[in-house]
Design a protein around this ligand. Structure first.
Ligand SMILES: Cc1cc2nc3c(=O)[nH]c(=O)nc-3n(C[C@H](O)[C@H](O)[C@H](O)COP(=O)(O)OP(=O)(O)OC[C@H]3O[C@@H](n4cnc5c(N)ncnc54)[C@H](O)[C@@H]3O)c2cc1C
Length: 287
């Protein structure tokens, strides 16, 4: 398929991108890795009159760690997340999850900012954003703000971003003493998108789970926290039986997606299996 015709502009800075978005409103779209936007344009599901290419903005490509957080610029690619020594040292689960995204071509081009802004219900990062308590920084016509990960995904392909806002950075707390995280996904065999993916974060103290967070992607129109399972696990041991009890009926099939990849009841089953695997792996590493 061939997209509609469009104009192209290259933004040299975040403020230039924001000002172009402001001038062109709904007619304009940012272009990052292009691995969600361009396929959507080819299918004519999206037909922006102007593409604002942000890939030349070096300030959005940085990876750093400071003040107990790992900071990833919006243009950091999945491949960079996979291979960065800083990411591996500070929050290894992100590298492990990035390695599971699509194929090498997708990982070479796709960016973390583009993935979060697109909010595909089957994308991997949303589960990690929720389980790891990430923060998303955005700059728009009214300045910059920080959006809590748990407030970011608002629906199918919908986020808390306001008109004219550009994601500049995503930050994750560095894993501390007694904390560990794991991500397990059951991938669509063709695209590698998550049919269901579950990220588990645990904080253990003396063999007891002090806190647990579970982020689920792929199952519902939007990524969600499995709060009832989290509460059931808090204060207890993270052994196989306790986890199996806690994740039973983790998701209500009536609220899950059904498509060619799998029915809602199959996805509900996968939620339990992936949550159990992720929790056992995280618990093992938390010691
Ligand atoms: C074959 C294939 C397999 C894939 N498999 C997976 C998978 O297994 N798991 C997975 O998670 N993803 C998968 N993806 C999606 C891939 O990760 C995309 O690259 C990603 O979702 C979008 O990132 P991008 O940088 O390509 O964004 P783009 O396609 O450039 O943009 C996507 C949207 O985000 C907006 N946007 C981009 N950057 C910003 C920003 N900084 N601020 C605000 N808005 C912005 C754009 O305007 C657009 O609306 C797959 C894609 C393909 C084509």
């Amino acid at each position: 398929m061939i997209p509609n015709t469009f104009d192209y502009a290259r933004a040299g800075s975040v403020s230039e991108a924001v000002s172009l978005l402001q001038q062109h409103g709904d007619d304009a779209k940012l272009l990052a890795g292009g691995h969600s936007l361009i396929p959507a344009m080819k299918l004519r599901l999206s037909a922006p009159a102007l593409l604002i290419d942000v890939t030349g903005i070096d300030a959005l490509k940085e990876i750093s760690a400071s003040d107990g957080r790992l900071h990833l610029g919006a243009l950091v690619t999945h491949r960079q997340v996979e291979h960065s020594d800083v990411v591996r040292a500070k929050c290894r689960v992100l590298s492990q999850a990035a390695a599971l995204i699509g194929d090498p071509q997708v990982r070479n081009r796709g960016t973390i900012g583009g993935s979060l802004a697109h909010a595909d219900p089957s994308a991997d990062y949303p589960a990690l954003v929720l389980a790891l308590n990430a923060q998303i920084e955005a700059t728009g016509p009214n300045g910059s703000r920080t959006i809590a990960g748990e407030d970011f995904f608002t629906g199918l392909f919908e986020t808390a971003l306001e008109e004219g806002e550009v994601i500049t950075k995503v930050s994750f707390p560095v894993l501390g003493e007694g904390e560990a995280a794991a991500y397990q996904k059951f991938a669509n065999a063709a695209s590698r998108y998550a049919l269901v993916g579950v990220a588990a974060w645990v904080k253990m103290s003396g063999g007891t789970a002090e806190a647990v967070r579970l982020g689920v992607t792929g199952a519902a129109p939007s990524a969600f926290r499995a709060t009832s399972a989290e509460q059931a696990l808090q204060g207890g041991p993270l052994d196989e039986d306790t986890i199996a009890d806690a994740v039973r009926d983790l998701a209500d099939p009536n609220e899950l997606m059904s498509d060619l990849g799998g029915s809602a009841s199959y996805r509900a089953h996968l939620c339990e299996v992936m949550a159990k695997r992720a929790l056992l792996k995280a618990a093992k590493h938390a010691g």
